[in-house]
Ligand binder design. Structure first.
Ligand code: CTP
Length: 439
């Protein structure tokens, strides 16, 4: 997210949220204080971009690299980009007790990349340099973004360390899949720095106390975007859903500690950090992937706009204009209703299913009347209702809605960001999750 004057992280409202009364000593600069830890991995160069995004959006950033990190990117780079001196050990500026102060006064500590070694030290409470000391003294949210080769990420020792850290409320972001340092590919890449920035922004927007990640240990599935139903090799029937609300839901869930599967239908947005993205095109494909993922999910949110109809047949060849000028007739058949299916055949009893509805109201009833009827018809637990009588706003960064519960709950969500609506939806989901269901 590029810095903008309206960036919520730079507003006084946010600063108040970021520095609650009685929080850590020294957290009074007026700007959220972020410690950017950098461990010794090749992805250290990507942390420069994260640093830039943090500083440009108004954060006060202290970079704490490890000695190994400086083998990849030197101290002058970090100092120049952060505007502060950079130390790796606890023996510089000892009179300011930096090994305690930096962690104590932070509103957020993010380590990117976090190596297998750094994860091991953090999990076991080792403190042999400034970064590991900072992790021990931090009482604010801690985000670790691991990057390493797949074998190291999958090693039993690393799995155990990640589990330990997550059980303590540390947000360990799942690495991305793709090209690694050598010619090999697999899971272990540092997510895109712009998306890591979004994780930091989400976490900071939730306040700076070390709040329990209320979706930790939960697997959630979100669908996003609009499906396309092919007519011939070059044409399709589709809709204008941008996928932004679904992506905001996925980002918000990551920041609350969930394992997130995002099933994206024709969305032109970057993969959110820490999310498994499955790409689909048609409603039938979306249905198969949602049903597959729902089997292990605690919650499913259907934010996608699936096409309700598809052409009965797809022409193998491009449909040509007829010589007599007549237009072709396209016959349609109905697609499966995914929300209805996953609501009425719950693979996981006790899971929470959320639907969306864009309504205008008509002669038979108001927006809320129609929405209540839809909630009952679909069988889901929550329905997020957008009143689109003034015209649907596709691709807008904002949203406003009413969240209806099958239990009769009605929650008005005033005009605000899609991220804010996403957090309200997760609040309502969390309130309905059965405690015993966590894996
Ligand atoms: N939905 C779905 N499968 C479909 C169509 C819609 O799962 N084939 C989901 C959407 O993702 C959304 C919810 O159902 O969460 C409501 O979508 P909407 O288009 O309003 O529902 P419809 O049943 O198509 O209702 P309407 O006849 O009013 O269009």
């Amino acid at each position: 997210m590029p810095a903008t004057p309206s960036d919520p992280l730079t507003t006084s409202d946010h600063t108040e949220a970021a520095t609650p009364t009685g929080s850590r000593p020294g957290a009074v600069s007026g700007r959220p204080r972020v410690v950017l830890g950098v461990a010794g991995g090749i992805a250290a160069y990507k942390a420069c971009e994260l640093l830039r995004r943090l500083t440009e959006s108004g954060h006060d950033v202290t970079v704490v690299p490890t000695a190994s990190a400086l083998e990849f990117v030197g101290a002058p780079t970090w100092a120049a980009l952060s505007g502060k001196p950079v130390h790796t050990d606890v023996w510089s500026d000892v009179h300011q007790v930096p090994h305690v102060r930096i962690g104590q006064t932070a509103d957020l500590v993010v380590v990117a990349p976090a190596t297998a070694d750094l994860l091991a030290k953090a999990a076991h409470g080792l403190a042999d340099d400034l970064l590991t000391n900072t992790l021990l003294t931090a009482r604010c949210p801690v985000v670790l973004a691991p990057a390493m080769h797949t074998e190291m990420w999958e090693h039993a020792a690393t799995r155990a360390n990640v589990a330990t850290l997550r059980s303590r409320g540390v947000l360990v972001v799942e690495p991305a899949e793709g090209r690694l340092t050598g010619a090999d590919t697999g899971k272990g890449r540092l997510p895109d720095p712009a998306e890591l920035y979004e994780v930091c922004a989400e976490v900071l927007s939730r306040g700076t106390a070390l709040a329990p990640a209320d979706l930790a240990g939960r697997h959630v599935v979100v669908s996003a975007g609009g499906t396309r139903e092919p007519l011939d090799p070059v044409r399709y029937l589709g809709n204008r859903s941008s996928g932004r609300q679904g992506y905001a839901l996925a980002r918000a869930a990551v920041a609350r500690g969930a394992e997130v599967t995002l099933i994206a239908a024709n969305v032109d947005l970057p993969d959110p950090a820490g999310v498994t993205v499955v790409r689909v095109e048609t409603t039938a494909q979306l249905r198969d992937e949602v049903v597959r993922a729902a089997a292990a999910a605690d919650a499913v949110v259907m934010a996608a706009a699936p096409a309700d109809f598809r052409p009965t047949g797809v022409s193998d060849a491009k449909i040509k204009k007829a010589a007599d000028g007549s237009a072709p007739t396209i016959e349609l058949e109905q697609n499966p209703d995914i929300l209805h299916e996953i609501s009425t055949h719950r693979a996981r009893p006790g899971s929470v299913v959320v639907g969306f509805a864009a309504e205008t109201g008509d002669a038979t009833g108001s927006v809320l009347d129609l929405a209540r009827a839809k909630l009952a018809r679909k069988g889901c637990d929550l329905l997020v209702v957008n009143d689109v009588s003034g015209g649907a706003v596709f691709g807008s960064p904002d949203n406003e809605a009413v969240v209806l519960g099958a239990d009769g709950a009605v929650r008005d969500v005033p005009h605000g960001t899609k991220s804010a609506l996403a957090h309200v939806i997760w609040d309502e989901v969390v309130a309905r999750l059965e405690p015993g269901l966590a894996p």
